[in-house]
Design a protein around this ligand. Sequence first.
Ligand code: MSP
Length: 635
Amino acid sequence: MSTFFVSTPIYYVNAEPHLGHAYTTIVADAIARFYKLNGYETFFLTGTDEHGDKIVQAAEKQGKSPQEYVDKISSIFKNTWPGLEIEYNYFIRTTSEKHKKVVQAFLQKVYDNGDIYFGEYGGYYCFGCERFYTEKELTEDGLCPDHLTKPTFLHEKNYFFRMSKYLEPLKEHIQKNPNFIWPERYKNEVLGLLKEDLGDLCISRPKSRLTWGIELPFDNNFVTYVWFDALINYISALDWPDGKKFQKFWPNSYHIVAKDILKPHAIFWPTMLMAAGLPLYKGLRVHGYWTVDETKMSKSLGNVVKPLDLKDKYGLAPFRYFLLREMQFGLDANFSEQAFVNRLNSDLANDLGNLFSRVLTMTNKYFEGIIPAPETLSEKEMEVQNIGLESVANFQNLFARFLFAKALESLWEFVRYLNKYIDDTTPWALAKQGKTNRLQTVIYTLLEGLRKIAIHLWPVMPSVSEKMLKQLGVSFSLTEIELLKESKEWGLLQSGLKVAKKSNLFPRQELKLNSNKEQKVGAKKIEQFISFEDFKKLDLRVGRVVEAKRIEKSEKLLEVKVDVGEDNPRQIIAGIAKYFQPDDLIDKQVVIVANLKPRKIFGKVSEGMILAVNEKDNMALLTPSTQVKPGAKVS
Ligand code: MSP
């Protein structure tokens, strides 16, 4: 049996799982499931990275020992994934005894080969990044480019990995294997980095400065640099050096990471493997970064998206679908709850959910829920078959190449085509006209198309896919599904099976806002509805301010004269003095309620009201988007 290995980065335990972690882990889960559907034996690895300064600092902040702290956060990661239908085969922790032993064995091997040496190093050390910077890498003001803090100049003795020895062979490997690092932009980025003089890698930290790490097997005064320790997780999880799993899975191994950790994965790790005499992993797949509402996600901005919150609000399947559909693998993408809800409603509720429920309803109505046998196929059915087979074949090719958004787009062409096929063949008319044979063919074609779609959706939305298949009367069994067959053969659905009475896979959803203040104001509950007739009673007009002045002894009020196309400008007493200088209002276009009964305010007659939005410290006047004539009616 062919094998497939996929890993996520092991996440630092100084933050709880968020959208970014969820994306990588869902991608890994989806690709592992895809290979399972293709009959591969798969191994999906994820876990947590638990050593280093950062973790010690985070533990201190919470008043916990490092061990207590890493146990807590690691279990949050571990327990989050099943809730997102993520089925990993192994969850690795770098503080486990098994991993520590493998790291030491690896270090010893490289040391024995002569590729680790003891040397002195002086450099700018950033504690946030846990690494040394060269002067060239710092900002103009000599700050860490990531944290914008002043690094500390440290002079210390350390162990170094002779990385420089392997940079040329690495370059050759990358050039000879164009799929080693993909998408191409990242391959080019790495080749660019390799043009610089990268030198050797400092791989130890003296215990006088950091004890929370794995002791070097050849010098117990030092612990291992956290990246050297972490990268080895990919083989310690496979029981290297002696385990069968390593033999079995390593030859077809893929790492998924985001662009932030390209360098350690594309340069440190392969050169480490070379030094240990091990074959390189097969491929590195690098994706872009998620922003939230066009801004970087960060704790201090309070815009960190928690995957489980979204699942609770809108359901898991739409969340997984959205992430895979929205991000073009390799590029950055933006998350907004509105875009998420829009996709849910359009692609899932409208296109797929509706199609599925219509077809089940018709099968029940015309054939008592029993899948009919198809009769003579017309050109229309041939067309459905061609488009269906092509769409699933494209889906498979694209998915295998990590082009998830495009793969789903291709599948949705088929979904939409089936909707169109219903409109074209009008099954209800066929039923009325008693054309039962034709109706059988049409309904069978629809059900078979939906079965194919359901199967292909399994990597993306596992439980929805299984539910769809069950409702189509088909049992879901991984061992019986062969994707390749699905893209070549039409008509594998057996007639005579019974489908479910009805289905509501994806109820339409409204945006449920609760996160930020601005949105809360926008989402203020409507207290009372008015009829259209009531609304029509309002006479709203655009006017131009021709005069504005303060009213003596009033802080709030301005006396404003507004030209609304009548013989004389209207006098309006408006409570806007705190926000506007009278002169700034001259010539501004405003919207007024023109048929408000005149009333006296502060002893002056007010003949209408100026419309404005009044937030806590801010006021905005309503104004037309382009110049219109004074007196123009708003409707
Ligand atoms: N511990 C290291 C990795 C060691 S692997 C041997 C680390 N951990 S991390 O917690 O910072 O995780 C970084 C990874 O989390 C990214 O590479 C990516 O997979 C995921 N993401 C975190 N934030 C992200 C976004 N905003 N967008 C997309 N993915 C991001 O680095």
